[in-house]
Design a protein around this ligand. Structure first.
Ligand SMILES: Cc1cc2nc3c(=O)[nH]c(=O)nc-3n(C[C@H](O)[C@H](O)[C@H](O)COP(=O)(O)O)c2cc1C
Length: 221
């Protein structure tokens, strides 16, 4: 059978829930926490996984999955190698989009905003909380570089294990980024593709200290 035909026949009817203005929390952080709790309760695999897009100064986009490790009034934080492809992108163009694809709930959340590097203190305290093997792994990987074969990384890992048998220092090339949201869209699938899309958008009065206020807009599906 032509797999193309299978793809064309694949469709779900999205009928699990609705999202109306009256349901929304006052700010996107509260709404996000509410939906994240639902994703956890529904046993979504890796509920804190988000697909983060970045762009080069030339406008070349890329995307990858990372894990949300903090969400607070500042925004959505993840940790990574600062010299990876995404690290270079964010250093030169500090803007990102993130998608949480909570497909079993027929939901997605899309965050767009400025990216700000987390402090070295904060990166250090998160790094210290990671399992020893993951800490060594962070040291071992020059993330996103081409390597000749698997052995390169396995040997580096073994060497570093001998070098850091106990405490592992924070590598200077490893840290975190916070996506400070300018907009957060909550998408709930509905029947006949007439989905609910409610987007919080930050509006500012232009003052230097103005953190902005949120307006909610409904988008056409
Ligand atoms: C479920 C999942 C979670 C991941 N979490 C992270 C993460 O938190 N940080 C990270 O640097 N890479 C993470 N990765 C690997 C990235 O997707 C990616 O391969 C890596 O960061 C290199 O991306 P880049 O070359 O575009 O910079 C994860 C991958 C998956 C599938």
């Amino acid at each position: 059978m032509d797999p193309q035909h299978d793809l064309r026949a694949m469709r779900l009817s999205y009928d699990r829930d609705t999202l109306v203005e009256a349901d929304l929390r006052a700010d996107p952080l509260g709404q996000f926490r509410h939906w994240l709790a639902d994703a956890i309760a529904e046993a979504v695999v890796e509920p804190n996984a988000m697909v983060v897009s970045t762009v080069t100064p030339q406008g070349v986009p890329s995307a990858r999955t990372v894990l949300l490790k903090d969400v607070d009034a500042r925004g959505f934080a993840f940790y990574t190698n600062l010299r990876s492809r995404k690290g270079h992108d964010l250093a030169s163009t500090p803007r990102a989009a993130a998608v949480f694809p909570w497909l079993p709930l027929h939901r997605q959340v899309i965050v767009i905003g400025e990216a700000v590097e987390v402090s070295r203190d904060e990166a250090g305290s998160y790094f210290a909380s990671r399992p020893h093997g993951s800490q060594i792994g962070a040291w071992a990987s020059r993330q996103s570089e081409v390597i000749t074969d698997r052995a390169v990384i396995d040997e580096r890992y073994a060497d570093l294990l001998a070098r850091f048998p106990d405490e592992v220092p924070l590598p200077d090339f490893w840290g975190g980024w916070i996506i400070v949201p300018e907009s957060v869209e909550f998408w709930q699938g509905r029947e006949s593709r007439l989905h609910d899309r409610l987007r919080y958008r930050r509006v500012r009065d232009g003052g230097l200290d103005d953190a902005g206020a949120w307006v909610v807009e409904r988008l056409s599906p």
